[in-house]
Write a protein that binds this ligand. Structure first.
Ligand code: SAM
Length: 229
């Protein structure tokens, strides 16, 4: 059984596509996606030896070697241009996902959809998507095992359509999520708001170094954006 988090990632894959799952660990995602009829085939990429071996064992155990290939390497280096229709990258920080996309830019040729699930720092990904003409077609926010996760689904297109006049807030909170304002979304951002307010309060107490000042301004900006939404 797949975690709710990864199941939601799978549901956002284009039907009948060939995917690359980067940072696949046990290759649970591609195996589940194939066995449940979501995909035609997959490449599971892993940079670390342990997870790479686990992925190979899982694919072997489920007898999916003919449709899921496990490859070892850094990010998108494991795929060629036009080899896959859709890329999933889940369970990492937003800045690492951003780096993987940036370093593998030329491999994105032919890729129609990205399904990205950052554990933190989703704004890094939204900025990268905006800078590279990927448009956010859907976002999800969910709670799984006591943690809140976001999923960003993007296709080639004009990113400015996502944001209208609210670029800064949209990059931080998610253009789709901030329109929908689900209960989990509110829970997350109430929590983030309190956290940011505590930091600013703390910084107000101490002597302000220029570093502290920059940090304070960053969190004050965040507070303004959250309250706006
Ligand atoms: N995607 C799975 C999930 O969401 O449950 C596994 C997440 S696990 C926390 C992150 C995995 O990404 C690790 O197995 C790690 O080895 C792999 N990883 C980290 N950086 C990577 C990179 N640059 N290229 C490929 N894999 C990477």
């Amino acid at each position: 059984k797949l975690s709710k988090r990864l199941e939601e990632v799978v549901k956002s894959i284009m039907p009948n596509s060939v995917i690359a799952d980067i940072g696949s660990d046990h290759a649970y995602l591609p195996c589940y996606a194939y066995l449940n009829g979501y995909i035609k085939g997959a490449i599971a990429g892993e940079i670390t030896d342990g997870p790479f071996q686990s992925a190979r064992e899982q694919v072997k155990k489920t007898e999916l070697e003919h449709v899921i290939e496990v490859r070892k390497g850094n990010g998108l280096a494991v795929i060629s241009p036009n080899e896959v229709d859709c890329i999933t990258i889940a369970g990492m920080g937003g800045s690492l996902i951003r780096t993987i996309l940036e370093e593998g830019k030329e491999k994105l040729e032919g890729v129609k959809r990205l399904v990205l699930q950052p554990n933190i720092g989703a704004a890094n990904i939204r900025k990268w998507l905006m800078e590279h003409q990927w448009s956010i077609i859907d976002e999800k926010i969910l709670e799984d095992d006591g943690r809140i996760y976001e999923i960003i689904v993007a296709e080639k297109g004009n990113p400015l359509d996502n944001y209208n006049d609210h670029i800064e807030a949209g990059l931080l909170l998610g253009p789709v999520l901030m329109k929908r304002k689900s209960d989990i979304f509110k829970k997350k951002w109430n929590h983030e708001l309190k956290h940011a307010e505590q930091i600013v309060e703390q910084l107000n107490k101490g002597a302000t170094s220029s570093e502290g000042q920059v940090k304070k301004e960053r969190f004050e900006k965040e507070i303004t954006l959250i309250k706006e939404v």
